[in-house]
Design a protein around this ligand. Sequence first.
Ligand SMILES: CC(C)(COP(=O)(O)OP(=O)(O)OC[C@H]1O[C@@H](n2cnc3c(N)ncnc32)[C@H](O)[C@@H]1OP(=O)(O)O)[C@@H](O)C(=O)NCCC(=O)NCCS
Length: 184
Amino acid sequence: MREGQIVEKFKAKDGREIIIRLPKKSDDKPVWKYYNKVIKETEFLARREAFVFSDKDKWWNRKKITDIKKKKLIQLFAEHSGEIVGSCLVERNWAQVSEHTGLYGISVLRNYWGVGLGNRMTRHAFSIAKEIGIKMIELDVYSGNKTALNMYRKLGFRKVGVLPKWIKHRTKTRDKIIMYKVLK
Ligand SMILES: CC(C)(COP(=O)(O)OP(=O)(O)OC[C@H]1O[C@@H](n2cnc3c(N)ncnc32)[C@H](O)[C@@H]1OP(=O)(O)O)[C@@H](O)C(=O)NCCC(=O)NCCS
């Protein structure tokens, strides 16, 4: 897998031209811009406050590129008109005894919800995961996230546990739901 490699170009359900691709060095700053935007738009992600980016934080994107080469990580971005509008990752479990498993995470900017980016990025990420020997996928999702729960069920994920009141977002408390899927 090459840095910046394009996995697919497709037309979203609303006609916008989307590119799904791997990270590249020039994402160092745009990726922070993306995360800061998406965390403001939803209460269903792990971060509450914006990140402050400076040049010394470049390592974060660079590490992703290295980890992809080492087959420790699959990271895909959805891009529209040169802007990152979605992100999907599968992180191989660091524990040697669970190297055949991975942790999955996904987000899409609000302006692009419901037009197929989530499904598309996930399918590509899981197909690459299989190629590099990841056989099972784990995720967590917060109670009340109907869209994500729908998507995960349709993708074949099964609920295997709940951590009650694990999530505090401003005044709201939510459960953390654990789901898993065997890749076929
Ligand atoms: C969850 C999320 C990633 C879905 O991405 P998306 O690009 O909007 O999803 P898609 O358009 O590919 O749709 C995927 C599935 O989600 C479900 N879905 C999409 N929009 C929905 C809606 N408005 N209501 C209910 N379910 C919906 C459907 O099951 C759909 O599958 P289908 O098209 O085969 O019916 C996106 O809504 C998002 O980023 N949300 C905020 C961050 C987040 O919650 N991330 C997940 C944390 S666990």
